[in-house]
Design a protein around this ligand. Sequence first.
Ligand code: ARG
Length: 580
Amino acid sequence: MGSVLRGDVGLELGQRVARALRAALDVDITAEQALIRPSNRDGADYQCNVAMSLAKKVGRNPREVATLIVEHLDAQDAVEAAEIAGPGFINLKLRREWLETQTANLLRDDRLGVPETEEPRRIAIDYSSPNVAKEMHVGHLRSTIIGDAFCRLLSFAGHEVIPHNHLGDWGTPFGMLIEHLTDEGHGADHEISDLNAFYQQARQKFDNEPGFADRARRRVVLLQGGDEATLALWHELVGESQRHFNQVYELLGIGLSAQDNYGESFYNPYLADTITELQQKGLIETSDGALCVFPPGFTNREGDRLPLIVRKSDGGYGYATTDFATVRYWVRERKVDDLIYVVGTPQAQHFQMIFATSKQAGWLDDAHTAVHTGFGTILGSDGKTIRTRAGGTIKLIDLLTEAVENSYQVMPESSDVEGAEKEELARTLGLGAVKYADLSNDREKDYVFTWEKMLAKTGDTSVYIQYANARILSIGRKVGREAPQDAPLVLREQAERDLALKLLQLPTAIQAAIDELAPHKLTTYLFETATAFSTFYNDCPVATAETRELQDSRLHLLTLTSRVLTLGLSLLGIGAPERL
Ligand code: ARG
C-alpha cells in the first residue's frame, strides 16, 4: 500500500533538506528519507538524522555531511536555528511566525493538513468473518474492530474500500446443524437463539446418536447439490446467525451488513473453475487420492513440502479451496488492487501458503497484492486466553453489554445528561474504551483485558481523550463566542507552541497508521495530543486570557485540538461526546 500521504511540517522540512543535499552533494533523497523526527532536545522542535545514514554512501564523515546540509539549507523563512550535535544530528528550531502560519492554515483546511492519496487503490478488506451457527466470541472482536479501523483510515486517505465478511457458512458442520434443526422442528427459533448451545447439541448427537452422523453426511451432499428443502433450512440457520451478528455490529457501530456477506457459500460456484485453472497451470499434484498444491517455500522440519488440499479424496472442498476462489474472485471479477485479511495470527501460515500459490497462478503480482494482518490473543488478568468466571468462552454480546454498564462509573456525577442521551453516552464511552484498548496495543501482540485500565480517566485511554475533548468544548461554551476566522494565532508560551507542533503532526500519524496497518500509531498520537492539551490547559488561561487577541488565538488552538481529537477518534470508530 504505497504511502502517498503528504503534508506536515516534518515533511516540509524533509523537502528542504533533500534540496540542500542535491545542491551540496548532488544526491537525491525523498522527503521521508531525510529522517526528520520531532524532538525537544536542546530547545529544538525537530531533529534531522540523515547525515548518519548518508555518510558512508557519499564517502564523508557524518558531521561533514551535516555541515554541508546546514550550509545549503534554504529555510530562513521556517528555521530559526539549525545546530549540529553529537555525531551529526541536526537540531532544528522553527521560527515562531512560520509555525503560526502553518497552524493557522489548518483552520481553513477541512482535512487538517492530511492530503488525499494521489494513487487511489481499490482495496478489499476481509474482516470479522465469524462462523454461522456459532456465537461470535472475543476472538472475532479484534478482527471486527481492527478491520473497521482499516476501512475508515484507508477511505479517509482516499482509497476505495470494499469490506467483506467471509462468513463460515458452508461445509460439513452444516449437515449436522441442518439435521438437528429438522429434528427440533424449525420455526420455533428459541433453540437457535442460543447458537452455541444449538451447535453443541448437534455435535453431541453427531458423536452419540446412532444414525445421526449418516443422516448428517447425506445432508451435506443434499446441501452441496442444491436441494431446495435443504437450502431453505440452511437459509434459516444463516438468517438466525445474521440477526446475532447484526446485534453485535450495531452495538459496536460497525458498518457491516448482510450486503457485505461473501461467506464461504458464495464461492461454491467458483470452486471447480478455480481448481481447473490451478490444474491447467500445472500447480496440482495428486496425493493419496486428494488434489493438492505445494506452495513454494513451505516445508516441515524434515524438509518435506507442505500441501494445501484443494479437493479431498471424497471429492469435498475445504477452507483452502475457498480461499483460492476468493483471491481469484476479488482480483479477476471485482478488479481490486489489494486484498487485506484481518484474521488471527494462528492462520498466518495458511495465508502465506495461499498467497504463494496465488502468485504462481498469476492472480497476485506486483500490481495485485495481498496481506494478512494477524493479531494476538486477548488475555484475562491471569495471562491466559480470556474466559468467563466459570471458565467458559466469553460471548461477545455479554462482554459489550458489560462495557456499556461499566462505563457509568466514569461518567461525572455532576453531569446533567439524562435519559436516552445518557444511555447513548454510556455506549460511546464503554464501547470506545473496548475499541481503544484493542487498537492502542501493537496489533501483533497479545494484550490483557482489564476494565479498570481501559476505563481509566487518566492514561492512554479513549476516556481520557474524550474527556479532554469535552473539556475543550466546555471552555468554548464558557467563553460564549468563537474567535473570528482571521484573528491571528500567536504561539508565545511553550505550551502553546508544543500543542501547535502536535497538531501539525496529524498527517504523519495517520500516514504511519496506514503504511504499517498499525492503528496504535494513531492512538499514541492522540494520547500525546490530549496530553499537550492538558499542559496547555494548566498553563494558558482562555476564559480569563489577558487580552481579547490572546483569547482569540487560544480559542483557535482549542478548536483545532478538538477537531484533531474528534477526527482521530472517528478514524478508529470511536465517538467524541460534546458533553461529559
Ligand atoms: N471464519 C474463519 C474463523 O472464524 C475466519 C475466516 C477468515 N477469512 C478467510 N478468507 N479465510 O476462523
